[in-house]
Design a protein. Structure first.
Length: 166
């Protein structure tokens, strides 16, 4: 069974979902790639959702730089490898897609790595927002570029721009 709830955040509502094996999903309000909800989904309480909510609140308050949650992202072995590699990108740091492809051991697979990055089911916790273009540009992000900018500014990876999400 997958239990879910919605968390109000500075970047809009976030859908959180967990099973007994770990946190499965953090989804923005208008995701580029929405995840299917199965018959085994129900709204409710779960200790992992409580922990995820508390840690996300701390992150948005500037009091948390790393997450300590059991994670259970669902995807192909390659996608899961890319998503797990995202956890190596430190708070306030950015990597290019090429560097991520190198770290995954597939230096010529930049596009495949980018596609896997774009389907990350656990954004923020597995920090796909920290992956940027090799020229420093803020390229696609499932939560939208203003959210990506906000998260990078929160972490000090970009200078703050006025007017975005407060």
């Amino acid at each position: 069974m997958i239990v879910h709830r919605t968390l109000a955040s500075p970047v809009g509502p976030l859908l959180l979902a967990a099973g007994d094996d770990g946190l499965r999903l953090i989804e923005f309000d208008a995701p580029r790639h929405a995840h299917r909800r199965g018959a085994d989904w129900r709204e409710g309480d779960h200790p992992l959702l409580d922990a995820a909510e508390a840690q996300l609140r701390e992150y948005f308050a500037g009091a948390r730089r790393a997450f300590e949650l059991p994670l259970a992202p669902q995807g192909t072995p390659f996608q899961v490898q890319v998503w797990r590699t995202l956890a190596r990108i430190g708070y306030g740091e950015t990597w290019s897609y090429a560097r991520l492809a190198q770290a995954v051991g597939r230096p010529s697979a930049t596009r495949a790595v980018g596609a896997a990055n774009g389907r990350n089911p656990l954004p923020i916790v597995l920090p796909c927002h920290r992956v940027i273009g090799s020229d420093g540009s803020l390229t696609g992000f499932g939560g939208g570029l203003p959210v990506k900018r906000f998260l990078l500014e929160l972490e000090g990876a970009l200078p703050r721009a006025a007017g975005l999400f407060g």
